[in-house]
Structure formats: structure tokens, C-alpha cells
Design a protein around this ligand. Structure first.
Ligand SMILES: [Fe+2]
Ligand SMILES: [Fe+2]
Length: 376
């Protein structure tokens, strides 16, 4: 796993302005109790009668690797491990020098009167929230990948995507089991994550499913899983994340390989639409990390604690760095940074993440840097 503080890793400030913060917090989940969520779409189902395998050798290779890399969520993980959530919170506080990332100025916020008991409860709720969002994101990946099986026109991609459907089912299964058996409560999907999944699934163009899920959501998920894998002292979660991350690295590679080829045939105007989509997804993903639902469950208004998010913290900056460390280089590999007069390069510069454009991820799948397979 890449270490968060390796010398090559660029840093960003991760600051969010007061206006941005107010806008984020004004969007609330009005369907928190719904059990089903329907998202209409007009996607065209694509059959192909060209069954020639290996026309896209990189996809064929990834498919073979995926078949060899399957694991069983029930039998390959040590589910008998006892998980002590309070100990995980205390270990994290000891590592960071205090609760809530340490070093925060809490004066003037409702947290100023909190004692150890409240901070421990907040830490436990934060674990429940984070794992719940991972679970919901995995279901989003399951559905998006099934969509790709249906809509992508290439047989090698359909075959590979079918293995990813199985991977994502397994990921949802492990996070649901971990939440049910080891943690102490679920959270509904974060409204910003749900809006992002709705955006991705309501777009009828097959490549947008890839861009939204494989490049943006999975690029961020891989980074977030890596961060948690590195930080947690809980052995079952560490092992679970290692298994999931091995699968996710293939998923991101699937997106890059497929879109590199497809984007070569798009016009500048068409590429600009992809740039806007990628940027909007990046902003939505940043917004979900405010954990507003946790504050609400703690009886504190997220707006009242807003000043905490505006402080420039080393840990927050590191986390923000990791979030974009895989997305920006992959957008560059797809030609999205510099298309349309560098529109996305400018936006990522404003977000403070452009310095990742040449970041080489040692955990990425092999062969990504070579030219993509020729179109059939
Ligand atoms: Fe996944
Ligand atoms: Fe995935």
C-alpha cells in the first residue's frame, strides 16, 4: 500500500470555503427511511455478435486475472475476530494526539463542552457511518457494473465486467456483514453520494457509467480504502480492506483501458462534456466527507460545527490528498485534463489537486502506461 506520507506524495490544503460549506450542508436527505430507490434511465442495451475473444488484449488479460483472483467472503476472512470499537477509537486518538484528529480549536462550537465519553461515541458513530457509506457505494458499483455488461459494445469488456459484478456483490456482502456483526449501527446513504450515483445512472451514454464509477468513484474508493487500511488497528477490517483493494485496482484499470480507446475517437466538444461530468463528480465526492449525518445523530447541528471543517489540518490535508491521488492521473491518461483548452486542468488547479497529475501509483494494475489496444 502506498504510504500517505511517502516523499513523492504532493500535499493539498483541503480547505473548503464558508459559502461552499453552507451549500453542501443545505442539501439534506429527505428520503432517509426509504427502503427502495428507483432511478429511471433510457440506456440502450447492446448485443454484439462479434464473439472474437482477445481483440482487446489488455481487457482479455484483466479478465483472466479476475477469474484467478476470486475469493470467498464467508470463508477467506477471520470472522471470529472480536472487534472492540472503543479500542479502535482510542488507538486512533493515541496515534493522532487526541480525539477528532487532534490539534483542533473547538472553541465557540458545541464540541467545546464535550468530554471523553462524547468523543468516543462520536468516533464509534463515525466508524458506523464510514462503513455504511462504503456499503452503499459498493451497491452502486454492483449496479453500475451490471449496467456496463448490458451497454458496452465490446465482448472483451462484457466478459471482464461480468467478473466485476461478482466482485462488487462480494464487497457489498463483506461490508454488510462487518456492519451487522462487528459494528453498532447503520446509516442511510449520504445524500451527496446518492446524488452522484443518480447522476451516473441517469446518463444514457455507456462511457459515462465507466467515467463516473470506474474512474471517479472507484478511484476515490481505492484511495479511501487505502487510507483506512493504513490507519486502522483492527485486524479483521485491515484484512478485509486488503482483499477489497486488490479487486478495486483491477476495476480502476478496466475503466482506464476502456476509455483510453473510446476517447481517442471523440471530438473536443464531446470530451468537454466528459470533463464537466468528471469535475461535478469530484465536487460531490469531496462534499460527502463532511459526515453531516454523524453530527446530527450526536445531537449537534452540522452548521454549528462548520468552523471545524474550515480549519487547515494536516490529517485532513493528507486525506484530501489521497482522495484525488488516483483520480487526477487517470483523468490525464484519458486525455481529459488538457482537452477543450485545458478546462479540467484549470478546475483541478482551483481544487488544489492538479499536482497529482503525474503521481505514479505503485499499487495500480500492470500495463496501464502502455498504449491502449487498437480499436477493432
Ligand atoms: Fe467494490
Ligand atoms: Fe469496484
Amino acid at each position: 500500500m502506498t504510504t500517505a506520507d511517502s516523499p513523492e506524495m504532493p500535499r493539498v490544503s483541503g480547505r473548503i470555503s464558508r459559502d461552499e460549506l453552507d451549500a453542501v450542508l443545505s442539501v439534506v436527505n429527505t428520503d432517509a427511511d426509504e427502503l427502495m430507490h428507483a432511478q429511471p434511465s433510457t440506456v440502450a442495451t447492446a448485443f454484439t455478435w462479434n464473439y472474437e475473444k482477445g481483440v482487446r488484449p489488455k481487457l482479455a488479460k484483466l479478465y483472466e486475472k479476475a477469474k484467478r483472483s476470486q475469493w470467498n467472503a464467508e470463508t477467506d476472512l477471520p470472522w471470529g475476530t472480536e472487534v472492540d470499537q472503543e479500542k479502535v477509537v482510542m488507538d486512533n486518538a493515541a496515534r493522532t494526539g487526541g480525539f477528532l484528529s487532534g490539534g483542533l480549536d473547538l472553541s465557540g462550537t458545541p464540541l467545546a463542552s464535550w468530554g471523553e465519553k462524547e468523543f468516543i461515541r462520536f468516533g464509534i458513530e463515525s466508524q458506523n457511518w464510514t462503513l455504511s457509506q462504503f456499503l452503499h457505494g459498493e451497491q452502486g458499483a454492483l449496479i453500475c457494473t451490471a449496467r456496463i455488461v448490458e451497454s458496452v459494445p465490446w465482448i472483451d469488456a462484457k466478459y471482464y465486467a461480468a467478473t466485476q459484478v461478482m466482485d462488487e456483490a462480494r464487497h457489498a456482502e463483506v461490508f454488510a456483514k462487518y456492519l451487522d456483526e462487528k459494528l453498532s449501527g447503520h446509516y442511510p446513504i449520504n445524500v451527496h453520494l446518492r446524488l452522484l450515483l443518480d447522476d451516473i445512472l441517469s446518463d444514457a451514454r455507456w462511457d459515462m457509467t465507466y467515467l463516473g464509477m470506474q474512474i471517479m468513484v472507484e478511484g476515490l474508493a481505492l484511495a479511501a480504502f487505502g487510507f483506512l487500511h493504513q490507519m486502522t488497528t483492527e485486524p479483521l477490517l485491515k484484512q478485509l480492506l486488503r482483499y477489497v483493494m486488490a479487486d478495486e485496482a483491477r476495476h480502476v484499470a478496466f475503466g482506464v483501458i476502456s476509455l483510453q480507446e473510446y476517447y481517442q475517437g471523440l471530438t473536443s466538444a464531446e470530451l468537454h462534456e466528459r470533463q464537466e461530468f468528471a469535475y461535478e463528480a469530484a465536487v460531490r465526492m469531496r462534499d460527502r466527507f463532511l459526515q453531516q449525518e454523524v453530527w446530527e445523530r450526536m445531537g449537534v447541528s452540522a452548521k454549528e460545527t462548520a468552523s471545524i471543517f474550515m480549519q487547515d489540518l494536516p490529517d485532513r490535508a493528507m486525506f484530501q490528498s489521497l482522495l484525488f491521488s488516483k483520480i487526477v492521473p487517470n483523468c490525464k491518461k484519458l486525455g481529459l485534463l488538457d482537452a477543450a483548452d485545458g478546462w479540467l486542468r484549470e478546475r483541478f488547479t482551483d481544487l488544489g489537486v492538479i499536482q497529482f497529475e503525474d503521481w505514479v501509483d505503485p499499487t495500480s494494475e500492470e500495463g496501464l502506461d502502455a498504449p491502449s489496444a487498437a480499436p477493432a
